[in-house]
Design a protein around this ligand. Structure first.
Ligand SMILES: Cc1cc2nc3c(=O)[nH]c(=O)nc-3n(C[C@H](O)[C@H](O)[C@H](O)COP(=O)(O)OP(=O)(O)OC[C@H]3O[C@@H](n4cnc5c(N)ncnc54)[C@H](O)[C@@H]3O)c2cc1C
Length: 415
């Protein structure tokens, strides 16, 4: 009898799992359920759409025919509301019951709403879906003033959208710099200067305390922690994600911030797996559980989990072993973070020029991550050191050489 695989979430993790399952098991019943109204698109590119730099078409990855051709059943606009792991079935918001032999949870996260007055006013945007991007683009095209809240990787996208759309924006940060968990003041200053050059004004030590609206409920101003009130017809908020685990709360599936899985993407419940942003996966390089919000990592987890869902009990499961990277392309210089730049027990950094800077982080003597600004040339060498778990923390001077080469390192084994 054919196996039935049900996947909740048609993001890159869920979709790449479905593709892998179909390749590995041509007879299987495969169903993907998503609450979004469109099939997989490139979430990384929706910021370029919102900036006005890309039309809709290149953002789509799969159309509905893609699923039909592979005999994958796609259910759009369908929210999964609860799962019964004993009965091996789930329920949708329409009251339908869907049975599964194996279940994949790949439901990612939802942006956290700022808990302050009027944060749900018209004109206050959160950014995760293509629909969000359409609303943001339309609004940013007509807005003159803006405020962005959230000093991280998504906040800077909203700031760059304001810049590209000619919105005169203030970028509020609660600390003294952008992405303070991974950048020192020196590294962050390169980003601050680049923002200013684009017309976005970073404001430090100042969160948003409330929003003011007009009679029609549209946001018009932001009251900030620095005591100022900033005009803001447009507000963009990116202060983190709530992982979409609510519909699993009556199940014994282990959750912390996200869903806890091992290095094979298995949850603690038989026949239930998870992949993508939602997982707190066992990272075999870091030797601890970790979470990672990046496209490449979610895609790889989808592929690994697909193989493991299909594999028999007597087969060795595939292991997720991956060094992620996340690049920012809003500025004249390239910017890349890799691995875990915000973790570890040691770090080193160096400035090479006005727009060139590097930082590396270590755990137990091994490189685990870093940030490269201006010069991405050494990225593949650093990633190799991470993957191969080489002890190099005592050779920081060599690692930080501008033209760093693996041959310059003294290591016990060949790299
Ligand atoms: C604006 C933006 C820019 C980004 N830029 C980059 C970048 O430059 N580089 C990079 O590496 N990463 C980037 N990311 C992050 C990257 O897109 C994510 O890490 C990746 O998309 C995660 O994929 P996923 O499949 O795990 O989850 P998601 O893509 O979030 O997919 C989960 C899906 O599940 C659906 N869902 C949730 N709950 C339910 C439910 N109960 N029932 C049915 N369906 C449900 C959701 O609606 C969603 O469609 C960016 C993200 C955003 C929003």
């Amino acid at each position: 009898m054919s196996q039935s695989y049900v996947i909740i979430g048609d993001g890159i993790a869920g979709s790449s799992a479905a593709e892998t399952i179909r390749e590995e098991d041509p007879e299987a019943d495969v169903t993907i359920i998503t609450d979004e109204g469109e099939p997989l698109y490139n979430r990384i590119l929706i910021k370029e759409f919102a900036k006005g730099k890309l039309p809709e078409a290149p953002i789509g990855i799969h159309d509905e025919e893609w699923y039909e051709e592979r005999d994958i059943s796609l259910r759009l606009n369908t929210l999964v509301t609860d799962v019964d792991v004993d009965a091996h079935e789930l329920r949708t918001h329409e009251g339908d019951t869907i049975e599964y032999d194996k279940l994949l949870v790949a439901t990612g996260g939802t942006p956290v709403q700022l808990p302050v007055e009027n944060s749900d006013a018209d004109g206050v945007h959160h950014f995760w879906t293509f629909e969000d991007a359409r609303r943001i683009r339309e609004h940013a095209e007509s807005a003159d003033s803006g405020v962005v809240v959230g000093a991280g990787l998504l906040g800077i996208d909203l700031a760059a959208i304001c810049a590209a759309q000619g919105v005169d924006a203030k970028y509020l940060m609660r600390g003294d710099r952008w992405w303070r968990y991974a950048l020192s003041s020196e590294g962050a200053e390169i980003v601050h200067d680049a923002l200013r050059e684009k017309g976005v004004d970073p404001i430090f030590e100042a969160g948003a305390e409330s929003f003011e609206t007009d009679d029609e409920g549209n946001v018009v101003a932001t009251h900030a922690g620095d005591g100022n009130v900033y005009d803001s017809e447009f507000v963009g908020i990116a202060i983190g994600l709530d992982f979409n685990t609510e519909y699993l709360q009556d199940t014994p599936i282990e959750t912390e911030t996200g869903i806890v899985v091992d290095e094979h993407m298995r949850t603690n419940v038989e026949d239930v797996y998870a992949a993508g942003d939602i997982t707190e996966f066992y990272d075999v390089v870091l030797d601890e559980h970790a979470q990672n919000g990046s496209w490449g990592s979610a895609k790889e987890q989808g592929s690994i989990v697909g193989q493991n869902m299909v594999a028999g009990d007597d087969e060795e499961p595939e292991t997720f072993r991956w060094v992620s990277s996340y690049s920012i392309t809003h500025f004249d210089f390239p910017f890349l973070s890799f691995g875990f730049p915000d973790k570890g027990d040691a770090e080193c950094e160096r400035t090479y020029g006005d727009q060139e800077w590097r930082r590396l982080t270590f755990k137990d003597g091994k490189l685990i991550g870093g940030v490269l600004v201006g010069n991405l040339a050494p990225q593949s060498k650093y990633k190799k050191l991470i993957r191969e778990e080489v002890e190099v923390a005592d050779q920081q001077d060599v690692l930080l050489q501008e033209n760093f080469d693996l041959d310059d390192l003294e290591t016990a084994t060949d790299i």
